[in-house]
Write a protein that binds this ligand. Sequence first.
Ligand code: AMP
Length: 216
Amino acid sequence: MGECVFFLARAARMAVSRLPNRKRPKPTMLKNLCVFCGSRVGANPLYAEQTRRLGATLARRGIGLVYGTGHIGLMGVLADAVLEQGGEAIGVIPQALVDRELAHQGLTQLHVVTSMHERKALMAARADAFLALPGGYGTADETFEMLTWAQLKLHAKPVGVLNLAGFFDPLLAWIDRCIAEDFLKPRYRQFLLVENDVERMLDVLTKAASVGERSL
Ligand code: AMP
């Protein structure tokens, strides 16, 4: 019996190894999380409070932060919290923003690139999942780029929003409207993972990143 189970397991492994690359599940882990968030702290003190909690939790779980390098707004709050708790913060920033002296000076790694496009591509490549916190145009732009790349099957990394104080409710309503008006396939709704608690959000992203290639 034991021999039979061993044989079946080996046959299954061999069958998987013969699959063409694109059919093979790609197991990933949540080693680095890319966070998009405001260059301002926002009106509700809950945003900075929960951003600090996220930073401390990332450090405690051994998950590296990839982010836009700013030392201002929620970005600065997040990076400071990660570094204070002994975690890793990797910044990617275009030279133009460094020149405006907006770069955090104490990061674990700093990548200076030539353009915003190059920055987004490098942030995406370095991360295993993406998370948006409250923010403005920049946060929305980065989050939607990752969602559209997922829709185009350019990556299969999970994208989440931390819906603090219902901040993203209007965005979720807009997505529902896109589906209702046939601009978005209903199955694409699941690309966006929504939670309002830091620990639960990280659990969900970790699980989604570990599943490997999701059914896109
Ligand atoms: P916003 O949501 O418009 O405040 O923009 C924040 C997002 O855009 C962040 O996720 C950053 O990647 C990027 N960003 C905007 N302003 C800056 C800045 N001054 N320094 C670094 N990144 C920035």
